[in-house]
Design a protein around this ligand. Structure first.
Ligand SMILES: C[S@@+](CC[C@H](N)C(=O)[O-])C[C@H]1O[C@@H](n2cnc3c(N)ncnc32)[C@H](O)[C@@H]1O
Length: 233
């Protein structure tokens, strides 16, 4: 994304060092980077903080825990009665996330569900969450969407991360490498559904790797069949 690297470097200079006794988010972020674990970018983290303070949710659902960085960050941004449920299917990361949760001050508020989100989401209660952070396998977002909207309360917010893939999703179909075309097509379908479906209001924002902010405006939202909104891609 244009400015993206420069913006991140600049934002880090604004942050300043962590205060004495504060949970060491900086260290965890560095460790994650060194180990090749993707965690939310700093600009996305700040954006989530603002959205959480505006929305003041009661129960947050995260799809894609990794090592628990963003779950703990969201816990740190919200009050002590806010619960966070987070889903992850990759065992080594689950173990690391559990260790991190056990050592953080928000452990009691965070529940990790292990398993494939495609299955886990179907077991969750209707309208149980008022804020959902989607941050898992990008090609699966469109498949997760019916259940995600079922478990999201009316008036709730869905935040989908990495929807522009560093600008790749904005390119012409012909400029995209053959191996990336499935994810390209599915992400474009996903964004079309979010933007065109009656009962959803969405803004796509070039922050981080691209984020979509969606409000579920009505109880029942009929999602068009996959591919029905494609434009010959
Ligand atoms: C970008 S990382 C999440 C980063 C995390 N939200 C953070 O910022 O700290 C995406 C995670 O989603 C997990 N994931 C991908 N597909 C999944 C699925 N179908 N079910 C559950 N977890 C999945 C991956 O294993 C990976 O750890």
């Amino acid at each position: 994304m244009i400015y993206s690297d420069r913006l991140r470097t600049f934002l880090h200079t604004l942050e300043g060092p962590a205060a004495e006794g504060e949970f060491p988010f900086d260290r965890l972020r560095l460790q994650a980077q060194e180990n090749g674990v993707p965690v939310i970018r700093l600009e996305m983290e700040q954006f989530l903080q603002v959205l959480l303070e505006l929305k003041r949710p009661e129960h947050i659902l995260e799809v894609g825990t990794a090592i628990g960085y963003s779950a703990m960050r969201m816990a740190s941004f919200t009050s002590s009665d806010v619960k966070i449920t987070t889903i992850e299917n990759y065992e080594p990361r689950i173990e690391e996330a559990q260790r991190n949760f056990a050592s953080c001050p928000w452990n009691e508020r965070i529940s990790l569900i292990r398993g494939d989100a495609a299955e886990v989401l179907g077991t969750l209660e209707r309208s149980a969450y008022d804020f959902i952070f989607m941050d898992a396998a990008k090609a699966q977002y469109i498949h997760f969407l019916p259940d995600v909207l079922r478990v999201l309360k009316t008036g709730g917010l869905l935040i989908s991360d990495n929807v522009l893939q560093d600008g790749v999703i904005l390119e012409s179909h012909y400029a995209v490498e053959r191996r990336d075309r499935t994810i390209y097509r599915r992400m474009r379908d996903y964004l079309r559904v979010l933007c065109r479906t009656e009962g959803l209001t969405t803004s796509v924002i070039p922050i981080g790797d691209g984020a979509a902010v969606t409000i579920k405006e009505q109880d029942t939202v009929e999602i068009p069949a996959e591919g029905s909104l494609s434009q010959g891609e």
